[in-house]
Design a protein around this ligand. Sequence first.
Ligand SMILES: Nc1ncnc2c1ncn2[C@@H]1O[C@H](COP(=O)(O)OP(=O)(O)OP(=O)(O)O)[C@@H](O)[C@H]1O
Length: 752
Amino acid sequence: MTTTANTTPDPDEVPDNVLPLRRTGDPPVGPVVPDEAIEGELLTAEQSAELDRRLAARRMRQAADSVGQVVRVVRASPATGRVARGVRIGARAGWTVAQGHVSWARRATQAATYGHVREQIRLARLAGDPLALAEWTERLDMLKNGRAQRLRELPGTLWAGLRAVFVAVTVLAGVALLAGVAMQFTPGGWDWATWWGLIGDVLGVAGLVVTIAVQVVLWGTGPALLVAAWREGRRAAVVPRWLVSEQERAEMDSEITPDLITRALAHVKVTALTKYLKEGGQLEYLVQPREQGGGTYTQIRLPLGVVAADLLPTGKAELLAGNLGRHKHEVWPQRDPAADARVLDLWIADKGTMDKPAPPWPLLDDGEFDVFRDRLPFGVTMRQEQISVGMLQKHWLIGATSKQGKSTVMRLLALGLALDPTVELLVADLKGDGDWKMFVRRASQYVEGSTDEHAGRACDMLEWAVGEMERRYQAKSDQGIVGPIPRELSRRKGSGFHPVYVFVDECQVLYGAPHPVGGTKDDSRAVRAAKRLHDQARAVNIHLAQATQRPDDRTLPVRVREGAHVRCALNVPNEGTARMILADAVDRGARPQDLRPGADAGTVVATGEVEDIPAGQAFVITRTNYVSTQDAYRVIDRAMAILARHGRTVDPAGDTTEPAAPVDHLADIERAMRDEPYTRTTLVLARLIEDNPEIYEDWNAERLAEELRRWEIPIRKISNKVVHSDDVANAITRRDNGELTGDPADTDEDDR
Ligand SMILES: Nc1ncnc2c1ncn2[C@@H]1O[C@H](COP(=O)(O)OP(=O)(O)OP(=O)(O)O)[C@@H](O)[C@H]1O
């Protein structure tokens, strides 16, 4: 509440003698002179609020004066708001009712002229479909002939109706007359006047009912018609934007309907498409727009003369996005190579979907990883579906403009792999900013720095991997291993076939280093090593992952780029750079250049051998799980603990010097029986896993049974399924004598 001098103030002028009242004990506010008497008046709450408004207005004016602006204070009264809302609702109802009538008129005209059939004829002509054209033309002729026939028969039908009414009335009158005559001759029956009085009453009641019905129809038809017209208007027309509230407008904007998509496509400046839609052509929705996670997905067959590729360039996609009321990074047209060239895949994000962060990385606080068995959690799609990648036998390339999360994304892969105790990691961080420092403990080789010397050491690392690859090919041949290296062998300590991953961050430093380390020609040591790894290493479980800011020919030779099986682009400056990383995926709609710098850090467009790329699509947009540098240290702590738990060391080089002893499952089974005469198969399996988890943790009852069959060891039944130690010992003897080979082909079916 406020006190004011007792004069009538100018509505926008605030008197200087306005002082707030205060409780005794509150600190003084304003220029109060002690002991000075103040004459004033007490205001009501409304008057006080009005005064507060004027004070605020004055403050605004003063602020504007200081920057030389003109400010008009607009009063927003609740009553004005209510009136405006009432007017808007009334106008909208009137408009909807009018549209209902327009729609009825249109439908009546269509019905009268067979408009829907004519429309089909026009579309068939437009689509160049002679079969449909002939069919619809024939149908139109049939309908026209049918109507002409009915018109010819109309007078006859009316005449027959009139006759029927005349006959009905005559019969009823005759019956009443006969009944009246009969009453006369019936003893104690009604007299003539009473009978006709009754007939008159019946006719009177019928007349009353008819009158009431006519009144009801007369009074009810108007409102019923209005309601029906309003409903028809709502069905048939979209309310103009100026007649809806701001909130409704936002809802209208976010809803993706076939109509909206068609309208948006009509204005993407593809001449044939615009012409077709302007002439009233309809798009064929192979998949109706449907909610998919954080957006709307649809598949459309474009008209003749238009292919999906016409809508993929950034300019077109941006235009389409604008027409749909979206930002360019929210609309992703794609080409489905499995379908014909006219089929367009379209995904439109809900507003704000792209701003949602990815959920925490599933392996952040818990869990081990097995590169043979598991897929590495990598992120989620815009549709919130998990993306996981199999890491075995794939080389990676990641490219992005600076500060878009390239190192973080590649480090995520390395962190996951670090949780597999059998994996050896080699890391070259050629930025040297400490992003990878936590790997010092976990990596068997670690280089950090951006000088030529560091590039030289990274090159040595690649060449070491080439040497290791050659050694493995030789060992494979010596041990008679054909095809991929089995998981059991690869995971066995000292096998010499454990998975190896070489990570090179900022690899442009390596290829940009002076000759002979760098360079783009084949005589560059780095190019030669990377190329050899790309060509041959994955078959012996050696992998190369590289990340760069500049994937151009000078800093990342094309022959090195081509060898990557998984390619990821975060935000890149332009389509040319996108193509260098993602290759053909760019022709099918990949546009990492449209990701927002900064806002979309950590969002990758991934293509190649990524299992979760939806069928028929070339790439998947993934918001990668974010593991901060601080959290990365925690993950590596866990990785070291896992390593210790498995009795492994970081540098498995010592292991590789031991010749890999082949696994002897028979001997392991015999050991698992612990000298018992017979043992339950479930117990044998449990002991195998306990004795040697790395080899047997994937085994189940079926796998054990298969192994026993290989060696012709029967599974016997004594209340439970058991294996006899005599049978196992016998199998070992026969095998050692060369009588059993363990080859499944040699196993007699009858023994199974
Ligand atoms: N998955 C992610 N989710 C959210 N933000 C991320 C993600 N990854 C990275 N960022 C953000 O992006 C910033 C830059 O990340 P990072 O250093 O990995 O980029 P970069 O492309 O490697 O940069 P530079 O080219 O300078 O090496 C991080 O500090 C982080 O804030």
